[in-house]
Design a protein around this ligand. Structure first.
Ligand SMILES: [Zn+2]
Length: 146
């Protein structure tokens, strides 16, 4: 039931992502399911991501509910931990994230910060990346005996 709600709450955005994914297939995008998330590599969304957005500039990937659009499968793999943090944010905040995310960026900017980098939702995603690197770094150190 909880799993159902986690998918239901951001569903309008997931649906938008699925429509983009289907349209991307027609322009060479590749679609696959990874751990309950639909990932799309390439196609015309990649062109949009490479052009970038105001404040963030070009990005490697973007999350819409349970859909992640990436410029390539390598980009999807490299950003998976970061984008999964955004998926969890969508599961927590649902469609409200569409309002909360830009609002958080605006508040960061009003405080003199960068609307993208200092956005708490981006900070949380970067912390997830850092934690993941910490764990894999530790594992690497253990395997080399350091
Ligand atoms: Zn992000």
């Amino acid at each position: 039931m909880r799993r159902f709600l986690r998918y239901l709450w951001p569903f309008p955005l997931t649906l938008l992502g699925v429509l983009i994914a289907l349209a991307a297939r027609g322009s060479g995008g590749a679609m696959r399911q990874v751990e309950g998330v639909l990932e799309i590599a390439g196609g015309w969304p990649a062109w949009v991501l490479r052009r970038g957005f105001p404040f963030s500039g070009p990005v490697a990937a973007i999350t819409l509910g349970h859909v992640v659009l990436g410029v390539s499968s390598n980009a999807l793999a490299a950003t998976r931990v970061h984008e999964r943090a955004h998926v969890r944010q969508f599961e927590r905040w649902g469609v409200l994230l569409l309002v909360l995310y830009p609002l958080a960026g605006l508040l960061a900017w009003l405080r003199g910060g960068n609307p993208y980098l200092d956005n708490p939702f981006e900070r949380e995603a970067r912390m997830a990346e850092a934690a993941d690197r910490g764990v894999s770094g530790l594992a690497a150190n253990q395997s080399t005996g350091r």
